[in-house]
Design a protein around this ligand. Structure first.
Ligand code: KG4
Ligand code: ZN
Length: 343
């Protein structure tokens, strides 16, 4: 089965063609970073309008790159949620219309399920069941994945998501949008041990997260540095960025270890935008080799939003016989544990 995937849930327009026999044939992406940069964050209306402009030119590019005609596409998969409603509607309307015109089925895909399955696009894949750490701009969740669609949320953030904390701290440090990758770059030149920051909720039992207090702690240190004699010294921002990044990573690692202990499983999947963070990947790789478990993550370009993961996730459900009716599905909120298991 050959599936065209369309991702438009936030600030990236991503399209891909996935073939269940031959694997990923092509994927293309347009990032709206430059569009939103001057506003310091995603402007939903601008995001929607840009998806309108980009999707069809990208469709031509991805079909060309995959050496496909529309007649070679067996089904469409599009992100139906969670995400920005206007942005989701653009991808959904285009996908649904193409499917109708081409006389093929379409399916609305859960964005976080797609992130979670993104490591399946790699040669080294996990085997069900496994634990997944989903860390994106909107979600921080530890999930027990029994099989596709069978998800038990073991723990999640009670306030800010990890990516959101990266973005907000980046803004405090005067970095441009998108903050996460910029903060990681700044942190690379800093000393992670200089400032003692909390590792939230690690001293009590459980698998939930909370990053808003950590963000406040960074703000307090920053104000103290700024109001000290001479103000901010060279290197202060990099040291604070590195200390913050280390605190987030320590917290995530402690909880992952705990989730593996609780479930008795030995495979961890890392997915979502923050899983592109090199320090986090490296720390988990070292942890895995010392504690005799395995860690799987997508290549960096499939950590952040992309069409390939949507085409893959949609394909798995279509192969199991699922597809939607003619309605366009768009859900700003959509809890992952309400998804139907794939038999
Ligand atoms: O999965 P994603 O592309 O979009 C959502 O579904 O939210 O994740 C975006 C989030 C942003 O908060 C971004 O700052 C963060 O992932 N991010 C990073 C890195 N790359 C992206 N955070 C830390 N380090 C990175 N290298
Ligand atoms: Zn995402």
């Amino acid at each position: 089965m050959r599936v065209l995937g369309i991702e438009t849930s936030c600030d990236e327009t991503g399209l891909a063609v996935y073939d269940s026999e031959r694997g990923l044939l092509a994927h293309v992406l347009h990032s709206q970073v430059a569009l939103h940069a001057e506003y310091g964050g995603v402007v939903p209306e601008l995001a929607s309008r840009d998806h309108v402009r980009r999707t069809l030119p990208l469709l031509h590019r991805v079909l060309h790159a995959a050496a496909c005609e529309p007649g070679h596409i067996d089904a469409l998969a599009y992100t139906a949620g969670p995400g920005l409603l206007g942005a989701l509607l653009v991808g959904g309307c285009i996908a649904r219309s193409l499917a109708f015109a081409w006389g093929v089925p379409a399916i609305g895909v859960h964005h976080m399920e797609a992130h979670l399955l993104a490591p399946m696009l790699e040669e080294q894949r996990p085997v069900f069941p496994f634990v997944a750490l989903l860390v994106s701009g909107g979600h921080t969740q530890l999930v027990l994945v029994e099989r596709i669609g069978c998800y038990r949320i073991l723990g999640e953030s009670l306030d800010d998501a990890a990516g959101e904390a990266f973005d907000k701290v980046a803004k405090m440090l005067g970095l441009d949008y998108p903050g996460g990758p910029r903060l990681a770059e700044l942190a690379a030149g800093g000393s992670p041990g200089r400032f003692a920051l909390p590792r939230p909720m690690t001293t009590r039992a459980g698998l939930d997260f909370s990053f808003s207090g950590l963000k406040t702690a960074v703000g307090t240190v920053l104000r103290q540095l700024q109001s000290g004699p001479g103000g901010l010294a060279p290197g202060d921002r990099a040291d604070l960025a590195a200390s913050f990044q280390q605190a987030v990573i320590d917290t995530l690692v402690i909880k992952c270890r705990r989730a593996l202990d609780v479930t008795g499983l030995r495979q961890l999947v890392l997915a979502g935008g923050v899983s592109a963070n090199r320090e986090l990947r490296e720390r988990l790789r070292v942890e895995a080799s010392t504690h005799d478990w395995e860690v799987f993550y997508p290549r960096a370009e499939f950590c952040t939003d992309n069409g390939a993961m949507i085409a893959y996730a949609g394909c798995q459900r279509l192969l199991a016989g699922e597809h939607d009716d003619l309605a366009v599905r768009a859900l700003a909120r959509w809890p992952m544990d309400t998804l139907a298991p794939v038999p």
